[in-house]
Design a protein around this ligand. Sequence first.
Ligand code: NAD
Ligand code: UD1
Length: 345
Amino acid sequence: MTKPKIITTGGAGYIGSHTAVALQEAGFEVVLMDNLVNSSADVIHRIGRITGKEPLLELVDLCDEQATKNCFSKHSDAVGIIHFAALKAVGESVAQPTRYYRNNLVSMLHVLEAMHQHNIPNLIFSSSATVYGQPDVLPVTEQTPLQPAASPYGQTKQMNEVMIRDAVFAGELKRAISLRYFNPVGAHPTAIIGELPLGIPNNLMPFITQTAIGIRKELAVFGGDYDTIDGTAVRDYIHVMDLAEAHLGALQYQLNGSQSESYDVINLGTGLGSTVLEVIQSFEKVTGINLNYRIVDRRPGDVAAIYANVDKAARVLHWHTQRDLDEMTRSAWAWEKYARETLGL
Ligand code: NAD
Ligand code: UD1
């Protein structure tokens, strides 16, 4: 029997590679479409080592209209698309807004056009908690009003959600779900795949692991005077494998006909907030390493606290997170060591 085919755009990246593993293990054929602007082709070999089968990687820039059309024509039998492809660095988007608008909006447009042309019915989109800004009430539900985006990156996520919603409402696309991720961290339990940011990391977890392994001298903790339990900022960290499994749940929800709203939005987090110091304490506990860190001024643009209400994900996807903060820090560290010491990255 042929396996149902899923296209993952941006599938060679951090979240896409973990989702490819979950999809293959659940019996899907996975085709990755990626231009490798922030990833590397060798990830398909490493996915193959975990699952026993390498997914197909189509090298395509989704901003190239003709190349995208050609690629989708080859895979028009796909039953669903997961659209991960995007540029995602908040600070860089402030410095290079037109590059971000072009990449994240034009690629989305081409994916929607291709899905319409080939009647591919199901779309799952990688949105972000960034669309909520600093909400007035915590935890945030899917009904929490969106705030004006704080960066061009955040704008593209809000605009992408609108593009998808309008395509669904006009009947150009049968159904779609925007998944609003909170703070994805951690790595596959084998440590064969994980997150590998280029250059100096912006995000907390890779900065912690790079400091511990000696690539960075010291972690700067941004702000010790927030109105939180220990003065440092609160986020909802979610293990990337839990996130990958949520994509599987969302896809099955679409494929088995359960999706009642043709356009839906779902938060993906744990529902728990952790402070920066709690993340550091977890890292130190599971690794036995004393992390070199110092509390400095707040980072401009940061919100004090945000975490998700995840009742909807539990209700409609029958999905619950399985992995706690210690598992996130442990797997992030195992990956950092494997990437540096074994893969030589
Ligand atoms: P990533 O950079 O590791 O993966 C994105 C992939 O998209 C990369 O492999 C990149 O090469 C590819 N890509 C970018 N532009 C492309 C284009 N024009 N054509 C083809 N491929 C292209 O990022 P990730 O962390 O895996 O994030 C995946 C998605 O989730 C992104 O849309 C991101 O905005 C969103 N998201 C990520 C986080 C996070 O913390 N990682 C949080 C919220 C939302
Ligand atoms: C950031 C983005 C968000 C994006 C997410 C995932 C901003 C304002 N938001 O979220 O849009 O979806 O990344 O890519 O950039 N921290 C330190 N020291 C560091 C790094 C971070 O103390 O070196 C702190 C931050 O102040 C924050 C927490 O750690 O309180 C998490 O930061 P980070 O991992 O960058 O994620 P967010 O800022 O939540």
